[in-house]
Design a protein around this ligand. Structure first.
Ligand SMILES: *Cc1c(COP(=O)(O)O)cnc(C)c1O
Length: 427
């Protein structure tokens, strides 16, 4: 069923689904912008807190948050104040010069993680590229490995550049873009034997595993939390062999898991980790953070024109300080509990359709049964018609990633919308 038929269905109460009177002219859009995205037929033009409004004035509760990015929601007063002040003062200069706010942000991140040094860039893919380059240079210059391999997980997601689609263990993102970047090998997630086998069997001649790159919780791949015992054993293997443990914290980091970093849920520390999405609260910024071997990168080895500019760093520092000052992690934990409890209650009404509700903090997934006819996008479309924005994580998982400032009443309202959406789709 299309979104148009849903919102025009006369059986939907008017207050929950005002009919789109003059839908946004998507032809104009598609005639000028490359069609890389399958878009929902909505054009959003304004936001406040956890709510956004489309061009027809219709209000939505935003449980997508720019895909786990608008950490403080929309138009947060502290972020508005900070970026306004910064753009009036100095928004961009080159890394040819010292940028004091970049150091302030780096210092904050170091004080709130296991990292000792930070490199700033602009996105998750770019952060992972940086980590991959660092791991390769480490392999060549520290370990003497001529043909370093990086292990990544099946169903992972690490970005859309050539190296990061190669790192991404999902053929659908790689199809038609060969030749891919050599030097990656895939293992099933949460399977320690597969790691042990790969590490020993791939070590041959000039070739050896130099790094293991994993998400603490797989986001795009279906909201699958990492297993504690698995990560602890990987940590041990890495300590014994000098293989680098790189964690992709792009989606789960910066408070979303209920801890500031996803790895804090696993009782281990990575050697290198990356951040982006939630770090700038919607202002583009990425970071590569390292605990060990930070000196492997020397002047000239890596760079980014925009990376770490005053505007993005001021925004990210504001996001980080606000999370701490307003005790937002506690809200993430409590609202996450509330959401999972509510979703589990809804799931219990549809035992044939829903397989599982899972997640950490405010990154949660509701998985549909693999043999059910319903797809995650059926539920997402029905939820949009009920005034709730959601995003699929693969064909069978519905993802819930609201701003970290979401209130108890907003979670309740979202649960009611999910309930109505499920009732419509399942009827
Ligand atoms: C979104 C995402 C990326 C890619 O980030 P971009 O900013 O889109 O390049 C990488 N890794 C993970 C885990 C992500 O969720």
């Amino acid at each position: 069923m299309s979104i148009e038929t849903l919102v025009q269905d006369p059986s939907i109460p008017a207050e929950s689904a005002p009919v789109l009177s003059s839908p946004y002219d998507s032809d104009e859009f598609n005639n000028s912008v490359m069609t890389t995205y399958a878009r929902f037929p909505l054009a959003l033009e304004r936001g406040n807190g956890c709510r956004v409004w489309d061009t027809e004035g219709r209000e939505y509760l935003d449980f997508v948050a720019g895909i786990a990015t608008c950490t403080l929601g929309h138009a947060h007063p502290a972020l508005v104040e900070t970026v306004t002040r910064q753009i009036q003062t100095l928004h961009h200069v080159s890394n040819l010069y010292y940028i004091p706010v970049q150091a302030q942000l780096a210092k904050w991140l170091i004080e709130h993680s296991c990292a000792e040094r930070v490199f700033f860039c602009n996105s998750g893919a770019e952060a992972n590229e940086g980590a991959i380059k660092l791991a390769r240079k480490y392999a060549h210059t520290v370990k003497g490995i001529d043909q370093p391999l990086i292990l990544t997980a099946k169903a992972s997601f690490h970005g859309r550049t050539l190296a990061t689609i190669t790192a991404t263990g999902q053929p659908k993102y790689q199809k038609d873009f060969s030749p891919l970047v050599p030097g990656f090998h895939y293992v099933p997630y949460n399977d320690i034997e597969a790691i042990e086998t790969a590490v020993s069997e791939l070590d041959e001649g000039d070739r050896a595993v130099a790094a293991i790159l994993l998400e603490p919780l797989q986001g795009e791949g279906g909201v699958r939390p990492g297993d504690i015992a698995y990560f602890q054993k990987i940590r041990k293997i890495c300590d014994e062999t000098g293989i680098l443990l790189i964690l992709d914290e792009v989606q789960v980091g910066v408070g979303r898991s209920g801890k500031f970093w996803g790895y804090e849920n696993l009782g281990i520390e990575p050697d290198i980790f990356t951040s982006a999405k939630g770090l700038g609260g919607g202002i583009p910024i990425g970071a590569v953070m390292c605990k060990k071997f930070c000196d492997v990168f020397q002047p000239g080895d890596h760079a980014s024109t925009f990376g770490g500019n005053p505007f993005a760093c001021a925004a990210a520092l504001c996001v980080c300080e606000t999370i701490e000052r307003d005790n937002i992690l506690q809200n993430v934990q409590e609202r996450g509990e509330q959401l999972r409890t509510g979703l589990s209650a809804i799931a219990a009404k549809y035992p044939n359709a829903v397989a599982e509700v899972r997640g950490w903090g405010l990154i949660n997934g509701m998985e549909l049964n693999p043999d059910s006819q319903t797809t995650s996008s059926d539920i997402v479309k029905a939820a949009i018609a009920e005034g709730l924005l959601l995003v699929p994580a693969g064909p069978k998982v519905i993802r819930f990633v609201p701003p970290l400032v979401v209130t108890e009443a907003e979670v309740d309202q979202a649960l009611q919308a999910v309930e109505r959406a499920m009732a419509k789709v399942m009827s």
